[in-house]
Design a protein around this ligand. Sequence first.
Ligand code: PXG
Length: 290
Amino acid sequence: MKIYLNGKLVKKQDAKISVFDHGLLYGDGVFEGIRSYGCLVFKLKEHIDRLYCSAQAICLKMPITKEAMTKAIITTLKANKLSDAYIRVVVTRGEGDLGLDPRKCKSPSIFIIADKIVLYPKEFYQKGLSIVTVPTVRNIPEALNPQIKSLNYLNNILAKIEAINFNVEEALMLNKDGLVAECTGDNVFMLKNHTLITPPTAMGVLAGITRQSVLDLSPKLGLKTEEQLITRYDLFNADEVFLTGTAAEIIPVVSIDRRIIGRGKPGKFTLNLIKEFRKVTKIQGARYAL
Ligand code: PXG
């Protein structure tokens, strides 16, 4: 496996970062998770734009242009001969000293890992997922805005641990006002009377790229869309609920807090959306040749 590290392709065993890197010492950095399907990188521009926005939000000056970043991603995919891949792009503040002061970090570190995609078990899509609401609330935007895809994911990891302790795979996170925010690595949608509803990003959620793809696809399926505040009451009364994310794509939710949602199995519209989304991933994206 070849890893892109600060402008060079290196072997996996040589892809090393200093223990003084502030990405490691403080979670001071940003990242993206991207997928490619059949030599097409899905929504590459959107992921790169979001990465640069995350960097801008933490005052991290990106050392390379968006064009160079695009090239670096494609180069890494080709070097690993991957047609279907999971791509992790990480930019850290770089090597500094033991203090927080980012001025001590002279140059950001960039690395790109392209690996085989590990798919979620098929049964999640066929039977649907059970999730629970967890006590850990989503970071408040005034403290650390969830729109920043930062290297500090402890908020989400704590929520994930709480879900695992309840024997389910995913956690429903509320914001500090008790409104539905998102899951640990996925956005939340509900369907009610042919309207798809997802919380606005102002509720403290990541502007998911899969979330936007679903909003864009909805009219084709005869669905209206709304970005609306959602409570647990709304989810319990929804016709269908599903999650969206780069790794999971679209995954049906059939139970929340041990309460059955809709008919207790993946809903008709969710299944149609999954079908349409998979069609889109086969034809859209930044093409590369191996
Ligand atoms: N919310 C959060 C907190 C996320 O981290 C999403 C929503 C969905 O966004 P996208 O743009 O992917 O539709 C994410 C994305 C991983 C992994 O390795 C996590 C994400 C993406 C890719 C991989 O767990 N999170």
